[in-house]
Design a protein around this ligand. Structure first.
Ligand SMILES: N[C@@H](CCC(=O)N[C@@H](CS)C(=O)NCC(=O)O)C(=O)O
Length: 212
């Protein structure tokens, strides 16, 4: 199996956590987003969105979109599961994951930020305000959801898809100056997650392409 990713990409980080939780060996191909390696013809041939990550399975299947990749890994390698046993709890884990991946993360994306800066629509301070409004708003929703479902982790007492999305988002929020100080339940779960060895292994600073 081969993962195309970038050390600081939150979507790649999500997939790395799942791979680590499930103890799956894989080759890592670094795609340097700052050098535009995700926009080359070769990369676009495997990921028409021109985004990281992409997974190529042992059978040669190419899978894009981190949520689809994580669900594929869950289906192909069911143990340990990253979805709760109960159907409603599974839906809650997916809803929290989507709140983060679809409603919070896109505003922090490199191409979005680049466009807003290059078109001179936003300066740094407007960008921070915008990010706090939209990304912070979605994280507030995640906090509300998690307060209803959490045990030791976002949903119940084992790490799920939701935690695999929360941790990279929290890391990104710190980088981009999103104020997360009000989200005390998410903070508690984030802290627990980063002490887990699989989350530690997947951390951006522990990747071969990390810039120290
Ligand atoms: N919905 C996509 C989002 C992927 C994504 O946003 N990747 C970012 C890094 S976290 C990227 O490749 N950005 C490059 C760019 O914006 O030019 C997924 O979940 O895989």
């Amino acid at each position: 199996m081969k993962l195309y990713g970038y050390w600081r990409s939150s979507a790649s980080y999500r997939v790395r956590i799942v791979l680590a939780l499930k103890n799956i060996d894989y080759d890592y191909a670094a795609v340097n987003l700052l050098k535009g390696e995700h926009k080359t013809a070769d990369y676009l041939a495997i990921n028409p969105n021109g985004l990281a990550p992409t997974l190529v399975t042992d059978e040669g299947e190419t899978i894009i979109q981190s949520l689809a990749i994580m669900e594929y890994l869950e289906d192909a390698f069911p143990e340990p599961s990253i979805l709760p046993a109960d159907a409603a709890d599974r839906a809650q884990a997916r809803a929290i994951a989507a709140t983060i991946a679809c409603e919070a993360q896109p505003f922090m994306n490199l191409r979005v930020q680049k466009f807003l800066k290059e078109e001179k629509l936003f300066d740094d301070s407007a960008m921070r305000e915008w990010l706090n409004h939209f990304t912070g708003g979605a994280m507030a929703a995640a906090e509300t959801l998690v307060r209803k479902t959490a045990g030791q982790y976002c949903v119940g007492d084992t790490p799920s898809l939701a935690d695999c999305c929360l941790v990279p988002q929290w890391f990104g929020a710190g980088r981009f100056g999103v104020d997360v100080s009000k989200f005390t339940k998410l903070a508690e779960i984030y802290q627990r997650c980063i002490e887990h060895p699989a989350f530690e292994k997947a951390h951006p600073m522990n990747q071969p392409d990390a810039v120290k």
